[in-house]
Ligand binder design. Structure first.
Ligand SMILES: [Zn+2]
Length: 211
């Protein structure tokens, strides 16, 4: 069994959406072991900074919040597909050759994983591809962009996925991950009423070795 951490480290100066300074995390030490005998800290964090899960409430009024999402859907078989030569929009034509099936959880490895800074031209999931995935009935999608869509008025890609009950993981780090089948574990914090949460996302590679 091999474990891969696909989580972006939360730290000052990390890449954040649109380089918006307000999205930078602030870790403040309220006590230090050297002087206070104990170390304590608080963290101020935009819930869409770094590797995170969006809940339907993010885009749908009255949608479920992050404490209500199905944990079973976030400890599941998944498939990493490589789209590293793609620029711009993921379309249905991009996805059709991969023969995705109902119930799949699919992670898109794109050029985004190789960028150390926020790239305005990041690869994103277009509305047509989101509709294709929703109609197919995939369980979840994950992207190595800090958002699954880019500048689409009304956020149609998020909405169509949420309306189909599909999980949306954003900000994955897939640079070192080979395409293939894994087990995904990406559990959100139980923040009552929130629309998103950071996750610690890992992939488990389970290889059967025959003698
Ligand atoms: Zn988000």
């Amino acid at each position: 069994m091999k474990l891969y951490d696909i989580t972006i480290p939360i730290r000052a100066g990390m890449p954040v959406y649109k380089n918006d300074e307000a999205r930078q995390p602030k870790l403040t030490f309220t006590k230090k072991a050297e002087t206070d005998g104990v170390t304590s800290s608080t963290l101020e964090l935009d819930l869409h900074t770094g590797t995170h899960l969006d809940a339907p409430l993010h885009m749908l009024a009255g949608g479920s919040s992050i404490d209500e999402v199905s944990l079973a859907s976030l400890m599941t078989a998944c498939r990493v597909i490589s789209l590293t030569s793609l620029e711009g929009e993921i379309t249905p034509e991009t996805l059709i050759p991969f023969d995705l099936k109902r119930g799949d959880f699919v992670l898109f490895k794109t050029k985004n994983s190789f960028s150390e800074t926020f790239d305005q031209e990041f690869v994103y999931l277009g509305q047509a591809a989101a509709t294709y995935l929703a109609e197919l009935g995939v369980k979840g999608v994950g992207t190595d962009g800090l958002g699954i869509e880019r500048g689409q008025a009304g956020h149609p890609s998020h909405k169509v996925l949420f309306e189909a009950g599909c999980m949306v993981l954003e900000g994955l780090m897939l640079k070192y991950i080979e395409p293939g089948e894994y087990k995904l574990i990406a559990l959100p914090l139980k923040i009552v009423g929130a629309e998103a949460s950071p996750v610690r996302a890992v992939l488990v590679e389970e290889r059967c070795v025959s003698e």
